[in-house]
Design a protein around this ligand. Sequence first.
Ligand code: ZN
Length: 373
Amino acid sequence: MRKTGFVWNELYMWHDTGHYAGVLQPDPAAFIEPDEHSENPKTKRRFKNLLDATGFIRELETIDARPATGEEVLRIHGSAYIERLKGLSREGGGEAGRSTPFGKGGYDIALLSAGGCLAMAEAIMSGKVDNGYVLNRPPGHHATRDEAMGFCLLANGSITASALIKDHGLSRVAIVDWDVHHGNGAEGIFWEDPSVLTLSIHQDNCFPPNSGPVDAIGEGAGKGFNVNVPVPPGSGKGAYMAAFERVILPALRAYRPEFIIVASGFDGAGHDPLGRNMLYSAVYGDMTRMLMPVADELCGGRIMMTHEGGYSPSIVPYCGLRVLEALSEKQSGVADPFEFALAHVGYQDLQVHQDAVITKAEEVVKLLQDACR
Ligand code: ZN
């Protein structure tokens, strides 16, 4: 059994995304009724509530979040962008960039979200815990150096990777992004930097539009160190398992990271309103259990998850529970009431058109293997 850390902070739930009714500003004159924003506290709170109600929270080691410092943030983000966020945050919030509304004080919550990841990385590096999950908000994997995007203000995973290199003396960190949307933030931030391997498995051409093709492999010194697996909509367990076996795990073994960060979105699940893939909770447990032996083999088991998307209030809590069971090697004994129905829909097996994409991504892994020789 492992000692698994867990970061949660009530203030994460107070990040206010307003009443945007999905992607549009509500406008009664245009007959758009105000509603909750897609990225609201509900899925995250229900995930935490499930841990509390089942008692599984007692199997985890609480790690306190701290705010990220200006220095830690400015290694990744441009100062003009950060100054703009700070100003907006002070003045009551607004639109931080592309589709990223936030409320008064939202910048401080974003610092605490990135800092939750930093605190977890510190706890793992010091040996206080073996691995961990950061159930933070706002998410981070779409934020670029100079722009908020897709509900993400600060690039939580990238800020953490950079801290591991600058402050903890590591030279190779891998980011594995299994959110159903492309991990464009880390891809762009480390595009020419081989010290961070960026791997993203996502629904092809979903969000951001036209982002994350298989032939985007990095440039300059970073060429070969970005691997995308853009699986077609409708991909289920078979496609994800094949992508892990044939692309993600071989890429990690070639690169030999000293720490693995997972951008853990649960919007690849079958009930998600913002994705069109068909995963279910057990598959997230399986993917975690596939990464852990590789982490053991390469980096002393050092792996942490930072929470990203996942917009189905019913299924996200169970996906999270399965990941935590896998990380801690403990069982909650709690059944997922949605698993049977999702696992037994058709086309969960690897399909020919999905196999073709994975075959293309295997070619990119060969480039990476050559670059690492
Ligand atoms: Zn997502």
